[in-house]
Design a protein around this ligand. Structure first.
Ligand code: FAD
Length: 533
């Protein structure tokens, strides 16, 4: 404890939680008063993060939850609308602030914000303390360990981590005692000006159909619910989870990690405890800890790769002459491709803001190298707007992966928009749920309703080409042509392709090879590759 305790603003950006919050803990330990502040800078949130309606709801719910939890501990959350620099300038003056604490983040727009705050600190005479809380490791340590550059394959990344050892343990939970000494003045906590706005205050449509409710409390409940199922946790094998189950077949925790309502370190160590008690458990890349390490991998690469969310100027990304086709992009975005599997996924995305990892594979491959040959950047922007878990590093990293622009190199594997979903949901229950217009189609035709005889279409009450679109492309022709284009690009840019090449390659294929080969025992490897999942 320094001699002169600080007067601190703790600035929440992500990290909307009270458990495992090292920066807030440091603020409380060094201050006579801590003002917990969230600056709702709409212009910044819209331009830097392209927030869609569902994500706005999730954010506001998370802020309300944080407000409730802080109040229980005798403090409160002060939400201030406005441009962050001028808000901060005002409050620093008004409250005689000597320190601003905030979580360190890796996104360029958050780094820029931190730089601005540092400059402001120099000018106005306050200290800035920022600590990493959003990732398992301080990403800078991984980069240092690797000579200042990011390991560009998961295997090399795991090697770097094996030298670093386990991540730091989560810090202790905050208690009422921690806040006792440094509560903000009660009149501020009661002031109408500082409350969490309602969706209508921000002109956001009131209703959200998403089954995900934002906030630390809900995130912790979901986490505990999963952790009770120790066998499931220990045996979790990502490629065996089902993309078209009616309830998520994976944890569904990503929206909570994304806003920092949940600590990844808490999850990591709870998993370690379960693994320690299990005779056998799955391993990275397919285990649950392996999933957290994928997250960490993309954060590490993104933090040190220029133009990570763009193709141009991005040194690890193949430079591809994608088609610019606004009409086709629109059809994909609005679930009108005419392929029910693709359209059902895009509908779930619009309605709920979350889709399974393999469902993301299906629609991303379809948009890019599979069928439409449209840039991954376009798809990434749509996901950024629609996903509750939208994340700068993970979104761009996976879009580069799926479009075989970086990280993934078995580009001859193209997902078939008909067969992919059929494998795990032959009756098409998922399609019936999200595309009720196809509800009454016989299972035989549900993945390719355009092949149903006219009579069957009439009986199902849905005429293809009238009530539901015809397929927008001939998948076989489009994917054959795109495969040739991709082959050519990769030959021309062999050096770039090699940068992120890993002999482990696609983890979603691991553990499935055996099943695939049994499915088509007579087919050769090449034929099976083209056979498509
Ligand atoms: P689980 O399987 O339960 O995994 C637990 C956690 O591990 C996840 O919550 C997530 O934080 C992390 N994780 C899992 N898979 C990955 C992965 N492939 N890469 C990095 N981290 C992973 N995930 C996001 O969080 N935000 C995004 O913006 C995002 N965009 C994606 C875009 C595309 C094209 C694809 C193919 C995947 C994307 N993912 C993204 C990764 C992945 O699909 C989701 O993290 C996962 O489906 C979330 O569901 P879950 O929490 O049930 O995952």
């Amino acid at each position: 404890m320094p001699n002169m305790p600080h007067r601190t603003i703790h600035l929440f950006r992500k990290g909307l939680r009270l458990h495992d919050n090292p920066t807030l803990l440091a603020a409380l330990e060094s201050s006579e008063v801590v003002y917990p502040v969230y600056i709702l800078d709409r212009k910044f949130l819209m331009s830097a993060m392209n927030m869609g309606t569902l994500r706005w709801h999730f954010l506001l719910q998370s802020l309300e939850d944080l407000q409730r939890n802080l109040t229980k501990l005798g403090s409160c959350l002060l939400v201030i609308q406005g441009e962050y620099e001028s808000v901060l300038r005002d409050r620093v003056k008004m409250w005689n602030i000597t320190q601003v604490t905030l979580d360190a983040e890796i996104e360029p727009f958050y780094k820029e914000m931190e730089r601005t705050i540092q400059v402001l600190g120099g000018e106005m005479g306050f200290d800035v303390l920022s600590l990493m809380g959003h990732t398992l490791y301080d990403i800078r340590r991984i980069l240092d360990m690797n000579g200042g550059t990011p390991p560009l394959t998961y295997k090399r990344f795991l090697h770097s981590l094996s030298v670093l050892g386990d991540p730091d343990m989560p810090v202790r939970n905050l208690t009422a005692e921690d806040f006792q000494r440094c509560k903000p003045p009660p009149e501020l906590c009661l002031a109408e000006d500082y409350r969490v706005p309602l969706p209508e205050d921000l002109e956001i449509p009131r209703e959200s159909q998403s089954p995900w409710r934002g906030g630390e409390t809900e995130g912790l409940q979901r986490l505990e619910h999963h952790l009770k199922n120790q066998g499931w946790i220990a045996n979790f094998t990502k490629p065996r989870t089902i993309p078209n189950s009616l309830l998520p077949s994976t944890t569904g925790l990503s929206p909570y990690f994304s806003l920092g309502c949940l600590s990844v370190r808490r999850f990591f160590y709870r998993l370690s405890n379960i693994y320690a008690q299990s005779k056998n458990h799955s391993l990275p890349p397919v285990s649950l800890q392996g999933q957290l390490l994928w997250r960490e991998f993309f954060y590490t690469v993104a933090s040190a790769t220029p133009n990570f969310t763009r193709m141009a100027g991005n040194p690890i990304c193949l430079q591809i002459n994608w088609y610019q086709d606004a009409e086709r992009l629109y059809k994909w975005r609005t679930a009108q491709t005419g392929f029910p599997w693709i359209d059902a996924i895009m509908t779930q995305l619009h309605q709920e803001g979350w889709i399974h990892h393999l469902a993301r594979h299906a629609v991303a491959c379809f948009l890019t190298r599979g069928d439409l040959w449209i840039s991954w950047e376009e798809g990434m922007k749509v996901f950024e707007e629609m996903l509750l878990d939208a994340d700068y590093s993970i979104n761009a990293g996976n879009w580069m992966w799926l479009s075989a622009s970086a990280f993934f190199h078995q580009y001859t594997r193209i997902f078939c928009p008909v067969r992919f979903g059929k494998r795990t949901d032959p009756e098409g229950q998922y399609i019936r749920k999200y595309l009720p217009v196809l509800m009454n189609f016989p299972s035989k035709y549900i993945y390719e309703p355009w092949t149903a005889p006219e009579e069957a279409q009439k009986q199902a009450g849905c005429i293809i080409g009238q009530d539901y679109p015809l397929p927008m492309v001939n998948h076989k022709e489009a994917s054959d042509r795109n495969l040739q284009l991709m082959k050519q690009v990769r030959e021309e840019q062999y050096g770039t392709a090699q940068l992120t090449r890993d002999d482990m390659d696609d983890p979603m294929e691991m553990g499935l090879k055996h099943e695939l080969s049994e499915e088509n025992p007579k087919k050769g490897k090449r034929a099976r590759n083209r056979e498509q999942t």
